[in-house]
Design a protein around this ligand. Sequence first.
Ligand code: CDP
Length: 261
Amino acid sequence: MQSPAVHIFLYLFMTLIALSTDMVSNTTNRINVPVIAIDGPTASGKGTVAARLADALGFHYLDSGALYRLTGLAARRQAIDLSAGREIADITWRLDIRFQGDKIFLAGEDVSDEIRGEAAGQNASVVAAHPAVREALLARQRQFREAPGLVCDGRDMGSVIFPDAALKVFLTASVEARAERRTKQLKQKGISAIIDDVVAELRIRDERDCNRPVAPLQCQADAQLLDTTEISAGMAVEKILGWYKTAIYNRDLASNTRVDA
Ligand code: CDP
């Protein structure tokens, strides 16, 4: 006759084994899910292009910038100084975020419009420079990798979050073209904007995002560079779809060659 303590021990032991087996198989499953990582500077058209690509392929979509915008908003609301990286990271772990279609909720409140403003973008870029905040958002971003595939956009999708992405794209455009697009977007939302101010804001954000010590915005050696100054979002999507088909074809060819060898 075994004592209750032995039963409890055996029960806990078996639960632990089941949980770790589950975690390993989850991680393995995720690794097999293809990712298209799109990085680039502000207003380069990443969001539009990534969302359309996800639609065309029937893939999930991760707007990683929204997570930094939400973090900045949550910090502001809790009156935390944006330079206090540790304190912001502490609240980041616990953020109650929900993506539902085009809507984004923070603690149950629809903040979709509030996080899109230029002030929210600047705040996001300040909190994003803290290594502890980036660390706190890492696992959350990787959870978006689910079958049949993921398209994600941001600054470090290909370099840090999904370094094994099937395709990495660096989307860019001239400052003038980006400022024009951002001004148009703002006006469509009923927010008045002066192009010179927008150019100045873009330059500040580019400077901060490219020169921070952690996960700076850079075109990686293994990324395809796409300049969208002269091309439409639709053309950019077509181009990337072509690259993706080639990348998947080459990947399958390489794995068949390995099996045959
Ligand atoms: O849409 P836009 O490119 O203007 O900005 P966003 O993608 O929403 O990102 C807002 C800010 O979050 C950026 O300026 C970056 O500082 C930061 N960010 C980041 O550091 N890493 C990411 N993967 C995504 C955004």
